[in-house]
Structure formats: structure tokens, C-alpha cells
Design a protein around this ligand. Structure first.
Ligand code: CDP
Ligand code: CDP
Length: 194
């Protein structure tokens, strides 16, 4: 069976948490596409060359989840040649036999416009920044500023900007527990599979 669940949305909305839970529930593979851009951002050197030569070791670095890596990712993510270099890998993953969940910014709009399920997971900037601060600590005002800065860059870029696909189901997690958010996502996928 070929079945793609595309999960897009801004930083710290809960995309990864929902994606992992949906993939585990249905036995689908999961790809965190943000990790690809984070790995390119922290690798240094020419970002296009970094994207073209990404290795499993690059994706296993333990510094990928830092605030700095997030900022570096969003700076290389505006470069069309970087996005192009990462396209085929994501596309093949999405349409591989057995079902796949991919989370990122452009999965439902660019990588897999024909995805069987598209979710747009969002939450207020304040809630998202607070969640990131709980994970990473640091100065709370600085974390909020970085979240807003990254949102603006991701939504404002010319190539593959972050926006909900026309046929995406929106899940605002601002007032939802993880369990509630996951249950909504599973229900949307279950209804489409039936
Ligand atoms: O992948 P993305 O950056 O969108 O978010 P995440 O890493 O899945 O979630 C960010 C943080 O928010 C994690 O620490 C989650 O445990 C927490 N969280 C959530 O995902 N959903 C909620 N409804 C409440 C909290
Ligand atoms: O976990 P969080 O939502 O904070 O970020 P992420 O999903 O790891 O993505 C890091 C950055 O990579 C984003 O801010 C985007 O600039 C970029 N990205 C993208 O352009 N397209 C994707 N499909 C995934 C990430």
C-alpha cells in the first residue's frame, strides 16, 4: 500500500510528536524532514554541496536539536538548490511501499501534493516558544524571538514557503494535550484509510 501522511506547520507546534505517534499506531515509516535541513545547516561549508552529500552520520549528530541548528536550517532552507538536492530522497520516502509519515514545512504543498492525508499542525507563537523553552532552557524572551524569526523566514521565502495546503486539515494544539492532538490526527488518518 502507498499512503502518505503529510504533516506541516511552524516550529514546535507538535509535528514530530504527532508524526511519531501516528507512524507507530499505523505501522508506517516516519521521516523528520527538518533534520535534513538542520544537518545541512550545521555541516558548514557550501550548503548546496552539503545537501548533495548528506550522510546518515550527518543526520545522527547530537547537536541537531539546538536553537542554533534550527536557525541555521531555516537560513539554508531558502536556497532553491538546497531544497532541490533533498527532493528525491523525501519523495521516494513518501511514496515507498508500506505507508509513510513525513513532517516538515512543504510536504503537503511541494514534496507530496497528492498525499492521502495532509495535516497542518499549529499553535500560538507563545505556546510554541514556551514548549521549546521547556525542552532547551535558556532565555525565554530569546526563544520566543527566535521562533518568530524562523516563522517569518519560513513563511516569507519564495521557494516552498510554509503555508497550509488547500486540502489540509488544521489541528491547533495550543489548548490540546499531546494525547488529544495525537487522537485527532489518528482519527483523520483512520477515516481516510476506511
Ligand atoms: O516537531 P515540532 O517542532 O512541531 O514539535 P515537537 O518537537 O513535536 O513538540 C514540541 C514540544 O511540545 C515537545 O516537547 C512536545 O512534548 C510538546 N507538546 C506537544 O507536542 N503537543 C502538545 N499538545 C503539547 C506539548
Ligand atoms: O522542529 P522544528 O519545527 O523547530 O523545526 P524543524 O522541523 O526541524 O525544521 C527546521 C527548519 O528547517 C525550519 O525552520 C525550516 O526552515 C526548514 N525546513 C524546511 O524548510 N522544509 C521542511 N520540509 C522541513 C524543515
Amino acid at each position: 500500500m502507498i499512503f502518505t501522511v503529510a504533516i506541516d506547520g511552524p516550529a514546535a507546534a507538535g509535528k514530530g510528536t504527532i508524526s511519531r505517534a501516528v507512524a507507530a499506531h499505523f505501522g508506517f515509516a516516519h521521516l523528520d524532514t527538518g533534520a535534513l535541513y538542520r544537518a545541512v545547516g550545521v555541516k558548514g561549508g557550501d550548503p548546496v554541496a552539503a545537501a548533495q552529500t548528506l550522510t546518515p552520520e550527518d543526520l545522527a549528530r547530537d547537536d541537531l536539536r539546538t536553537l542554533e541548528a534550527g536557525q541555521a536550517a531555516s537560513r539554508v532552507a531558502v536556497i532553491p538548490e538546497v531544497r532541490a538536492a533533498l527532493f528525491d530522497f523525501q519523495r521516494r520516502f513518501a511514496r515507498a511501499e508500506g505507508g509513510a509519515v513525513l513532517d516538515g514545512r512543504d510536504i503537503g504543498t511541494v514534496i507530496c501534493p497528492e498525499a492521502e492525508v495532509k495535516l497542518y499542525v499549529t499553535a500560538s507563537p507563545e505556546v510554541r516558544a514556551h514548549r521549546r523553552w521547556l525542552e532547551l532552557g535558556g532565555d525565554a524572551a530569546e526563544v520566543l524571538a527566535q521562533v518568530k524569526d524562523r516563522d517569518a523566514r519560513d513563511m516569507g521565502r519564495a521557494d516552498a514557503p510554509l503555508r497550509p495546503a488547500a486540502d489540509a486539515v488544521e489541528i491547533d494544539t495550543s489548548e490540546l494535550s499531546i494525547e488529544e492532538a495525537v487522537a485527532r490526527a489518528i482519527e483523520v488518518v483512520r477515516a481516510r484509510l476506511a
